[in-house]
Design a protein around this ligand. Structure first.
Ligand SMILES: Cc1ncc(COP(=O)(O)OP(=O)(O)O)c(N)n1
Ligand SMILES: Cc1nc(C(=O)O)sc1CCOP(=O)(O)O
Ligand SMILES: [Mg+2]
Length: 211
């Protein structure tokens, strides 16, 4: 049984985090209640991702917060990361699973009910569903789906889901009401003047939504 908690999912972005850096942002976010952290650097090569990933893994180890690597299966393996996240155009999920083995977490992005229905639960552990809203953080994002779209796709997905795309702390309630297990955020934490306080607010909203 894999042990991961999608409640407060921090997706790191080196540009947005540049003032205090990704490692320090992740450390503060974990203190504030982040439950899972993804290294997402769209411009770095594999060697750079491995270097940053190793530093992140060391920073998160004490808190037992899993580190997920975006896109780069080689880097995820070399880091000894807890998991890998791939999108529909990155790599076929079944191939990713073959590469990472049974024990690593595999996350997959899904944007439609059809894609969600096709998920093989022996391959994929969780889905990232979005964008709920338009966001400048991912300029190539698909058409926003809103909370109604999120609810439809969550219902079609046979694995736990996290909502992503333009999500802020105040969206925790509607995202959980739509069936998501948690929210994935970049700019709601990265680049905030106080990443720990920003994360704590998200964690509190998640708690409130569950109460
Ligand atoms: C948790 C989570 N959900 C979705 C994504 C998006 O993945 P993808 O569609 O492959 O886009 P990029 O992030 O690679 O630009 C994600 N990274 N994390
Ligand atoms: C990494 C990512 N994936 C998305 C998707 O829709 O799959 S939206 C996104 C960026 C989310 O950034 P922010 O929290 O700053 O809006
Ligand atoms: Mg991707």
């Amino acid at each position: 049984m894999k042990n991961f908690d999608l409640s407060v999912y921090l997706v790191l972005d080196p540009d947005l985090c540049r003032e205090i850096g990704m490692v320090e942002t992740a450390r503060l976010a974990v203190e504030g209640g982040a439950t899972i952290v993804q290294l997402r650097d769209k411009h770095a090569d594999t060697a750079q991702i491995i270097e940053t990933g190793r530093a992140l893994k060391a920073a998160l180890a004490g808190a037992r917060v899993p580190l997920i690597v975006n896109d780069d299966v080689e880097a995820a393996i070399a880091i000894g990361a807890a998991g890998l996240h791939v999108g529909q155009s990155d790599m076929v999920a079944a191939i990713a699973r073959e590469r990472i083995g049974r024990d690593m977490i595999l996350g997959l992005s899904v944007e439609t009910e059809e894609l969600a229905q096709r998920i093989d639960t022996s391959v994929v552990d969780y889905v990232g569903i979005g964008p709920v809203f338009a966001t400048v953080t991912k300029p190539d994002h698909k058409q926003p789906i809103g909370f109604d779209g999120l609810a439809r796709i969550v219902a079609a997905a046979p694995v736990p889901a996290v909502a992503i795309g333009g999500i802020k702390a105040e969206h925790a309630g509607p995202a959980l009401a739509a069936g998501a297990r948690g929210i994935a955020v970049v700019s709601a934490i990265c680049g905030q003047p106080d990443p720990k306080a920003a994360t704590r607010r998200i964690a509190e909203e998640i708690e409130r939504a569950r109460a």
